[in-house]
Design a protein around this ligand. Sequence first.
Ligand SMILES: *[C@@H]1O[C@H](CO)[C@@H](O)[C@H](O)[C@H]1NC(C)=O
Ligand SMILES: *[C@@H]1O[C@H](CO)[C@@H](O)[C@H](O)[C@H]1NC(C)=O
Ligand SMILES: *[C@@H]1O[C@H](CO)[C@@H](O)[C@H](O)[C@H]1NC(C)=O
Ligand SMILES: *[C@@H]1O[C@H](CO)[C@@H](O)[C@H](O)[C@H]1NC(C)=O
Ligand SMILES: *[C@@H]1O[C@H](CO)[C@@H](O)[C@H](O)[C@H]1NC(C)=O
Ligand SMILES: *[C@@H]1O[C@H](CO)[C@@H](O)[C@H](O)[C@H]1NC(C)=O
Ligand SMILES: *[C@@H]1O[C@H](CO)[C@@H](O)[C@H](O)[C@H]1NC(C)=O
Ligand SMILES: *[C@@H]1O[C@H](CO)[C@@H](O)[C@H](O)[C@H]1NC(C)=O
Ligand SMILES: *[C@@H]1O[C@H](CO)[C@@H](O)[C@H](O)[C@H]1NC(C)=O
Length: 497
Amino acid sequence: MAREWFLIQLLLISSLIGFGQCAKIGICYGRNADDLPTPDKVAQLVQLHSIKYVRIYDSNIDVLKAFANTGVELMIGVPNSDLLPFSQYQSNVDTWLKNSILPYYPATMITYITVGAEVTESPVNVSSLVVPAMVNVHNALKKVGLHKRIKVSSTHSLGILSRSFPPSAGAFNSSYAYFLKPMLEFLVENESPFMVDVYPYYAYRDSRKNVSLDYTLFSSTAPDVIDPNTGLVYTNMFDAQIDSIFYALMALNFKTLKVMVTESGWPNKGAISETAATPDNAQTYNTNLIRHVVNDSGTPAKPGEEIDTYIFSLFNENRKPGIASERNWGLFYPDQTSIYSLDWSGRGNVDISTGANITSSNGTWCVASANATEADLQNALNWACGPGNVDCSAIQPSQPCYQPDTTASHASFAFNSYFQMNGANDVACSFGGAAMKTKKDPSYDTCVYANSSKLSKMNSSTSEVQTGTAGMISRLSIVVLAGLVSLLSFGIVFDII
Ligand SMILES: *[C@@H]1O[C@H](CO)[C@@H](O)[C@H](O)[C@H]1NC(C)=O
Ligand SMILES: *[C@@H]1O[C@H](CO)[C@@H](O)[C@H](O)[C@H]1NC(C)=O
Ligand SMILES: *[C@@H]1O[C@H](CO)[C@@H](O)[C@H](O)[C@H]1NC(C)=O
Ligand SMILES: *[C@@H]1O[C@H](CO)[C@@H](O)[C@H](O)[C@H]1NC(C)=O
Ligand SMILES: *[C@@H]1O[C@H](CO)[C@@H](O)[C@H](O)[C@H]1NC(C)=O
Ligand SMILES: *[C@@H]1O[C@H](CO)[C@@H](O)[C@H](O)[C@H]1NC(C)=O
Ligand SMILES: *[C@@H]1O[C@H](CO)[C@@H](O)[C@H](O)[C@H]1NC(C)=O
Ligand SMILES: *[C@@H]1O[C@H](CO)[C@@H](O)[C@H](O)[C@H]1NC(C)=O
Ligand SMILES: *[C@@H]1O[C@H](CO)[C@@H](O)[C@H](O)[C@H]1NC(C)=O
């Protein structure tokens, strides 16, 4: 009886959780550059943009530390150069886990370990090492009881296929069968996703005559491609490439594996010959990609399928070799300003209370400067919430702007309120250099930043921020969130049992 009740609860919980879920959008944090901000600053930047999932390519300790207690989920990596020791001795992996990962877990939330990256592209042939290394990593996790919480997989380039067009003819290159078959079996057994890096940009660049730019940028209005075998209609290349993977998996009878996109993006700059590598195209591709992914529309072959996707990449990486575009996939400059703006929610900034679409607004806001030190921010924050007369209730625990719980985020909220209260003039956004103006609305989720239209109201009543529309939205969603949290913790309890 107890057991039945438990199962019913479980079903209920999983259906409820499943209902609210949608595919995840993350970002890759490559560090092959000599001009990047410190990991601490990067963690703040990521939180400022409400990015919840980050992929790194190693297990760098400074990065792991920087993301502690941020709520950001990390995908970490075992580089190809470590596959030899990782595949040779279980004890090597046990030691790595004990010394390099466990001290930071779970304060730093790690959910995936990628073992090897695009091994088929590696100049040194390491492909026979990858599955033994994955097995050792899995075993090490199992010894400490984390194998259900941290999933092990490996990433692939589309070059693992021998055919990708039409999608229904997608097939893995049989030369790779010797490691791919055992890998796929490992993934099924451990409920890990198949990870692939997908770059319509390259397909466009390398066969411009045959592929339209609109089709690669998700901007196409006409059905561009019809698969002659299935009759399925493709309006964008991303879907076609993902489906070629699904069909390749089906051909080997791996029908249930989930596919995860561990890299996709568009360069903002390239060599003279790379005419499509522009900030505009990059913005279009990534904006449409995010919308497509969070919409859970799936692909023509798998409608409604959730396909978690990581955008490549956080920063341009000046030390990468090769053609100019290789170094220019970033969304941010080293000073952490945006190369182009991107709506991470994929839904436009809709003001929930009025349904008004504020994406096209062109106001000015004031936020913490990415350059400011923690101490300067804290001092300025204390001043704003004290002598500055800013209503700082929205950044108190459990209030809508409390998360991310960082000085930079709290300071941004307070700086902006002060700025808007005081005529939105330059002087009001100084804070001794700790603040800077931005044209991008910093509002996120239910945390609504005041704008200049609230200016006069705010002057007459400083509690406007708390009691106005922002307050209403937040109270509603706190109830919803609280519900979700209790459901989730229930799920976790079951997991441990
Ligand atoms: C890589 O090594 C494996 C076994 O060690 C071998 O079967 C395979 O042919 C090699 N691949 C290439 C491209 O040399
Ligand atoms: C399959 O992989 C092998 C080894 O990397 C390569 O030589 C061959 O060209 C590939 N075949 C196709 C059709 O891509
Ligand atoms: C374009 O397609 C044609 C026929 O399908 C093919 O022969 C040609 O190589 C392709 N061109 C490029 C640049 O891919
Ligand atoms: C979102 O999904 C719906 C139905 O699945 C589809 O009609 C619509 O085109 C999708 N929008 C985007 C931006 O993919
Ligand atoms: C909001 O407005 C922008 C620009 O006018 C438009 O592209 C976007 O689709 C709108 N979003 C919604 C959810 O209406
Ligand atoms: C300012 O905020 C109000 C309410 O939050 C909103 O209705 C209005 O569109 C916003 N104006 C700008 C320019 O963003
Ligand atoms: C920006 O604001 C100005 C002045 O209110 C207005 O004329 C213009 O159309 C706005 N631009 C956008 C993109 O909303
Ligand atoms: C950051 O600091 C550098 C010099 O220290 C300055 O040139 C740059 O403008 C600052 N960036 C921001 C966003 O304040
Ligand atoms: C708001 O109030 C402050 C002083 O309380 C005043 O200096 C400022 O001019 C007022 N701004 C507006 C737009 O009324």
